[in-house]
Design a protein around this ligand. Structure first.
Ligand code: 1HE
Length: 260
């Protein structure tokens, strides 16, 4: 499903990195239904050979959240299905074929923060700010934020953001766990692309374990989590690629871990 508000391109020597850009800058990349459906479609139909993806937004802001002009005249049933549509789309981002890195700048608010939270890594430049204005608009999050955001920053901080309209700046966002990387203004996309290139070199099965299995282990009781971990470890290490990578290290052909 092509959409004029969503740009897609492949980068890297072997087209292994997908770049997805929200291109609705005039409306601060507010997410209307068409954009959400197009995002879902794009992740469902990611070309074979893509190993990592970067999402960013055109203009001054990453994303202003739900397109509020579409919120009018929805009854309860329609509201329920609308929220479930967002869930389905952002599930495709989180549990899609590849690790996804969000390159953040400017406003990352409401549904924009919900989209960013569905990504695996968030890189924020120092113009970034985070808010959940749903609290002051008389509504609630509906794009999975109630599940994903407390897992990043805790329910208490999310409650504060929604009850008081608290806005976190880029530095505080990184400190509390909204982003894993904080970079100078205008460099989030380049940093995200650099990380994507690095991630694309991992064994695909390792990336799959990290994006699909680890979050599920994190939700399991410890006893079940240990068992799932053991099974994933056994599967990963039995792959020919894993054996070759370990052999390369033992033969001195692979990079050592460098001191940070
Ligand atoms: C929009 C939206 C939008 C901008 N829906 N049209 N999200 C919010 O409550 C955030 C609302 N937006 C803002 O607070 C600000 O727009 C920003 C801080 C993001 C950017 O400010 P600024 O000064 O750069 O832009 P602007 O002048 O406010 O907006 C430019 C245009 O974008 C303007 O339209 P125009 O036709 O007058 O030019 C705005 O109306 C439009 N615009 N944001 C529709 N969100 C799954 S549930 C999720 C629930 C939510 O996400 S609720 C939170 C919604």
């Amino acid at each position: 499903m092509s959409n004029k508000d969503l740009h897609f391109e492949l980068r890297g020597e072997q087209n292994e990195i997908a770049v997805i850009r929200l291109t609705r800058g005039a409306k601060r990349n507010a997410l209307n239904d068409g954009l959400i459906l197009a995002l879902r479609d794009l992740f469902e139909k990611m070309p074979i050979g893509v190993r990592a993806a970067v999402i960013d937004g055109e203009g001054e802001h990453f994303c202003a959240g739900l397109d509020l002009s579409e919120l009018q005249d929805r009854d309860a049933g329609q509201g329920l299905h609308h929220s479930r549509m967002w869930h389905a789309a952002l599930e495709c981002v989180q549990y899609g074929p590849v690790p996804v890195i969000a390159a953040l700048h400017g406003a990352v608010v409401g549904g924009g923060l919900e989209l960013a939270s569905a990504c695996h890594i968030r890189v924020a430049d120092d113009t970034t700010f985070y808010a959940l204005p749903e609290g002051s608009r008389g509504i609630f999050v509906g794009g999975g934020g109630a599940v994903r955001i407390p897992r990043l920053i805790g329910a208490a901080r999310m409650t504060d953001m929604m009850l008081t309209g608290r806005v976190f700046n880029a530095q505080d966002g990184e400190r509390i766990g909204l982003a894993q990387y904080l970079v100078p203004q205008g460099t989030a996309f380049d940093k995200a692309l650099e990380l994507a290139a690095r991630i694309a070199q991992n064994a695909p099965l390792t990336n799959y374990a990290l994006t699909h299995v680890l979050p599920r282990i994190a939700e399991q009781p410890a006893d079940q989590g240990y068992m799932t971990e053991a099974m994933m470890a056994a599967i990963a290490q039995s792959a020919p690629e894993a054996k070759e990578r370990v052999r390369a290290f033992l033969d001195g052909r692979a990079a050592k871990v460098q001191k940070a």
